[in-house]
Design a protein around this ligand. Structure first.
Ligand SMILES: NC(=O)c1ccc[n+]([C@@H]2O[C@H](COP(=O)([O-])OP(=O)(O)OC[C@H]3O[C@@H](n4cnc5c(N)ncnc54)[C@H](OP(=O)(O)O)[C@@H]3O)[C@@H](O)[C@H]2O)c1
Length: 326
């Protein structure tokens, strides 16, 4: 007999008023395909991805209604504490890296997401949660922290001791980059539009913080981009010859002037990065434990009050992660 669970769902798209498509309430319990399993969600975290979905970016209207949310930590069917890997893809078919599977998706794109009492995922997507990491902390890791981990430690052609500029200070990925990079011995510089965020970034471990677009005291080895159009020219200008931009997002727009003369003359690299593998998520959990690094959490609230968290992210009024608990 089917029953109902509480869930946060996208019911329609609205570019200008994304919150208008958000529904909080009853949803049918999930159906579990062969090879998949269920996780009882204890904590889930908000990402900009959830706002893009409500704006109609990333999925067609015929997939609505869709339960939102990429990130979760909870308990599996045997009561074990787990973190959910959000990438649904075939690692074997993609040379061992599911992020290269051309038909990969994230939870909440093809399959219902994590903002619900129960989420259904392939068994392979469960990673054991270390006891030392709380459910709230663990829920921050599968998207923002995993993306930052891969950008810094896999995609960027740099090592500890390098100087890295992070465009933006308050975002989920930006705060993750600062926390992970400074724990690994990188010299992390950030930019932000707000003085308050610049101060807070220094408290997190950033070495220096600059106004968005400001001239830097010296050029850097790599720039981590999530903002796109608004900061792209500054990112190119900030690199040493041979430097690299690693980009995982373009919140402010994706069509800035390319400045190709600068790219070839200074032999710059532009490197895309998306999420990470299940194995990288397992290594990220080990990294957090070994270094004692904690994710930056802006606020924790019950999933029943999720609307407040969505509104804060849309207003840009968040520093770190918004976590929902059940
Ligand atoms: N490819 C992937 O796998 C992947 C994974 C995660 C995220 N992403 C993408 O990365 C982006 C960031 O995600 P998030 O979850 O970190 O989002 P978020 O928390 O909403 O990020 C907000 C950040 O963007 C900056 N910002 C926004 N608009 C700006 C503008 N016009 N000028 C300058 N700075 C601006 C803010 O800087 P201030 O400090 O100045 O406020 C802040 O640091 C999103 O587009 C997301 O979709 C992609």
């Amino acid at each position: 007999m089917s029953s109902l669970m509480f869930a946060v769902t996208a019911t329609r798209f609205d570019t200008h008023n994304p919150i208008s498509g958000l529904k909080l309430g009853d949803h049918a319990d999930p159906v579990v395909p062969d090879g998949w399993t269920t996780v009882r969600v204890r904590a889930a975290a908000l990402n900009h991805h959830d706002i893009w979905t409500l704006r109609g970016v990333g999925l067609p209207a015929d997939r609505l209604p869709m339960i939102l949310g990429c990130d979760a930590a909870g308990t599996d069917e045997d009561g074990r504490e787990v973190v959910v890997h959000a990438v649904i893809g075939d690692a074997l078919a993609a040379g061992g890296d599911e992020t290269f599977d051309p038909s990969r998706s994230l939870l909440s794109e093809h399959h219902d997401g994590t903002f619900a009492e129960v989420v259904t995922v392939p068994r392979r997507n469960l990673v054991p949660k270390p006891e030392a990491i709380t459910f709230e902390e663990a829920a921050c890791l599968p998207t923002a922290y995993l993306t930052a981990f891969r950008m810094l430690f896999d995609r960027a052609p740099i090592g500890p001791g390098a100087t890295v500029l992070v465009q933006g200070a308050g975002g989920g990925v930006a705060t993750a980059l600062v926390r992970l990079g400074s724990a690994a011995g990188y010299r992390m510089w950030v930019t932000s539009r707000s003085e308050d965020r610049r101060t807070r970034a220094l408290e997190l471990g950033a070495d220096q913080a600059f106004e968005t677009g400001a001239r830097l005291p010296e050029r850097v080895d790599a720039v981590m981009e999530t903002i796109g159009e608004a900061t792209w020219a500054h990112s190119l200008r900030s690199l040493k010859p041979g430097g690299a931009i690693v980009i995982c997002g373009a919140t402010s727009g994706s069509m800035p002037p390319a400045d190709l003369n600068r790219v070839f003359f200074l032999q710059l690299s532009v490197i895309g990065s998306t999420m990470g593998t299940r194995d990288e998520l397992a290594r990220l959990l080990t990294f957090m434990q070994q270094t004692g690094t904690k994710p930056v959490i802006d606020r924790v609230m019950p999933l029943t009050q999720a609307r407040v968290g969505f509104e804060a992210m849309i207003a840009g009024d968040v520093f770190g992660k918004v976590v929902f608990t059940l």
